[in-house]
Design a protein. Structure first.
Length: 131
C-alpha cells in the first residue's frame, strides 16, 4: 500500500498500541496482542481500498478479530470504539465504552499519548529506511 498516505499507517499503529494498552487495563481481555492486531487491521479496508469483509476473507485471523472489524461485535470492537471516539474527540462514546471495559478513564490520556508517541517513533524509522 505504498501509494497510500503515511497518515493511514500512523493511525493504524496508534490504534494498535492504544487498543493493546486498553486491553492491558481491562479484565475483559485475555490477550493484549489480539487487541494490538485488531487495532492494526482496523484501517485495512481503507488501505487496500476494499470492503472490510473482502479484506478479512484473505487473512487467516480469529473469528473474534473478524467479528470486531466486520460487524463491530465483541470486546475487541469496544476497544476499537474507544480509539475511534478518542480520534474524533467524542468523549461521551469513549466514556460509555470505557465503562463497559471497566477501565478508569483517568488512565486513558497517558495510554493514548504513549500510543501516539510509539507510533511516531515507528513511522520515523519506517520513513527513514525508505529514503
Amino acid at each position: 500500500a505504498s501509494d497510500k498516505p503515511p497518515e493511514l499507517m500512523a493511525m493504524s499503529l496508534t490504534r494498535a498500541r492504544f487498543a493493546e494498552g486498553l486491553a492491558l487495563e481491562s479484565v475483559k481481555f485475555e490477550d493484549s496482542s489480539v487487541a494490538f492486531l485488531t487495532g492494526m487491521l482496523s484501517l485495512i479496508d481503507t488501505i487496500l481500498g476494499e470492503d472490510m469483509s473482502e479484506a478479512m476473507d484473505k487473512l487467516p485471523l480469529s473469528a473474534d478479530i473478524k467479528q470486531a472489524l466486520i460487524s463491530g461485535d465483541g470486546v475487541l470492537a469496544h476497544a476499537l470504539n474507544v480509539a475511534r471516539a478518542y480520534e474524533a474527540s467524542d468523549w461521551d462514546v469513549a466514556k460509555k465504552e470505557l465503562a463497559f471495559l471497566a477501565i478508569d478513564e483517568l488512565k486513558i490520556p497517558k495510554i493514548y499519548h504513549d500510543a501516539v508517541q510509539w507510533s511516531n517513533e515507528q513511522m520515523e524509522f519506517i520513513l527513514s529506511t525508505h529514503h
